[in-house]
Structures are given as structure tokens and as C-alpha cells.
Design a protein around this ligand. Sequence first.
Ligand code: BDR
Ligand code: CA
Length: 367
Amino acid sequence: MSAFISDMSRRSFLGCSAGALLASSFASLAPPLTASSSPRRIILDCDTGVDDAIAILLALRSPELKIEAITAVSGNVPLALTLPNTLRMVEIAGRGDVPVAGGAAIPLVRQLVTASYVHGENGLGGAEFPEPKLKPVDEPAAQLIRKIVHSRPGEVTIVGVGPLTNVALALKSDPELASQIKEIVVMGGSLTSGNITPSAEFNFYVDPEAARIVFDSGVPLTMVGLNVTQKVLLGEQQLGALEAAKNPVSQAAGKILRSTIEHIREGRGITAKTMAMHDPLTVAHLIDPTILSLKDYYVQIETCGEFSAGESVAYEHPPARESAPMNLGPAARETRAQEFKANAKVAVGVDPDKFFQLLLQRITRES
Ligand code: BDR
Ligand code: CA
């Protein structure tokens, strides 16, 4: 994966006092922390995962969001790790009031492919934390998603920052559900190239069939893909600010990110020292919609490709063409243009400075 791409000298590490100064300057630039009168209700579905962990912490510390539940899925590492990692983050944030559910252990029809080469064997870049004391709820993720959405029809946004298996299972098992979901906001796909194959972004690569169900569901969608997430690169400056702030959330975030960067360097023998904040950027969009600019697209997910499954094929305008038909003799048919129907708002631009101001302000503040 190309998440770690830049090279900075160790000499440029910020000392603690410089980091603290930086944290306070971020705090003064970021949007004020005011209790929102009508916070946006979200269910966060994640494969926790390093950047998922930071996304969870950001969401839990943002009063603009009302986290109805956090649901875990296999992806970066297996569910047996993403679920406890999710519970750890909720516990560190002191938010035991938020229900956490375990979901799918494997993709809909494929074998699980993980990304421990980035996220470490434990999913947190090798950073160790105690076993969580919090327990997940008894209900499986898809069932909890359905229950919450039905309890508040038209009000709940699902934010999917892992493979979309849980969300697809909920949609598949409940034909009424799609019409009651306010929106699905997804970290996945790309308007440019992939990060696990030249075509596919990791989340869609792991479960292309699930992504396809979501994109064909008719629910209003926002896609936050690699074309923007790879422009928000956390480096030493931001890491120094996280480490300098003494609250447990900032300390945990700094520990995870420091350990991950070390893990990547050891594993690949490279000196890369930045990490793309894919999932936190997706959550940040819900807190401050001016961070991303969006454009309507018709997005289809490739599920048949021998080398390209999971590709997000994004049409900006008609015609939306299928692949050329096979030559089957008399049974051959003409190439068909499909109906062009915009089904997603796709992120096309990002303000990285604004994003990092928000992220650091929320994570480094005292409480
Ligand atoms: C996505 O894949 C995962 O490794 C990250 O957590 C992110 O959700 C980026 O391709
Ligand atoms: Ca993720």
C-alpha cells in the first residue's frame, strides 16, 4: 500500500515543548467546540486498524456527532482483533455509553485478505494496550444497524471505513432498510489508482460484492476515495503535537501512530515517515463539510475482473458503457450504453490544513 510515502529526517522530530506549542496553535485555528443542538446521528462501521482507531477517537470527541453504535468488521486484521481494538478505543475515550457490536468475520463470497503489513499483526501497528474491560453487545452488527435505523427512519447516517460486509448484510437481509437510511458515507475506492492493486482500493478489494450492493442500493452515498485521502499525510509535525498533549486519547493516538511508522519502516526497509489519514478524513467530512469538495458521479464497482475486482468505475457523465460483449456467434449482442444515473457524491478536492487543524484540536484537547 502507498500509505507511507514521504521521507523526513529524524532530526526534524519536534521536541515536546514545540509539540505542545503546535497543539495549542492548532486548537486556536480549528472550528470551535460547541455542543451542537442537533448532532448528526451516525453508526461507524470499521475494521480497526490504525487509521480506523484515530477515526473512532475523532468521532467520539466531536459533539457534532451522536454515535449510535460502532460496529466492527474484518479487514485490516481479522474480526477477532478489530472488535477488541474498537472496544479499546471506546474505553480510552471514556465512552462506554456507545454500543459496540461485532460483525462479519469474512467477506460475502471471498477469502479474507488483510493488511497487517501496514497495520501490524495486532492492527494497531504493534502498539500494546491492555485487554478491554468493555464488552460488545450481544447482537451482531447487521442486526444492530437495522434496529437503530428503523428506530429513527431517515435520521441515521452509516459511515463505513472498512470493507462494507456488515452494511451489505444489513441491506440484503432487509429490503425496507435502504429507504430509511439517511446517507452512507464510505471511505473506499478512488478516482485515480488503487493502493492494493493498480485498480482497487483496499476496502473495496476485500469485499467488492459488498461494495456493489451498497452502491446499487439507492441510498444517498458519499465516496471518500484515495484521490483525496492520500493527500492528508500525517507526519512528524502532527505526531509531535499528539505526543506532546498529555490526555490519554492523544497519548494513545501518538503511541499507535509512532509504532505503526516504525513497523512499516522495519518491514519494508524504507524511511517513509508519513501515513495517510484515510478514515479520519471521512469522519472529519461529517464534522466540517467544507474540508472536502464533492461532485456527482455514477460509480459502479467491478466484481468480475480477473485483476481488477473492487475497482470503483466512476462515470462523470454519460454514456456509461459496459465492457464489450463476448463474441458468441449468432447469440452476440450489441454493446449497450447503460442509463447514466448519478448515485454518489465523490470527493474531488480536500483542504489538508483544515483537516489537520480539526483532527489535532479534537484529539489533543484536555477533555
Ligand atoms: C483503507 O484501507 C484500510 O487499510 C484503511 O483503514 C482504510 O480504511 C485505505 O485503503
Ligand atoms: Ca479502515
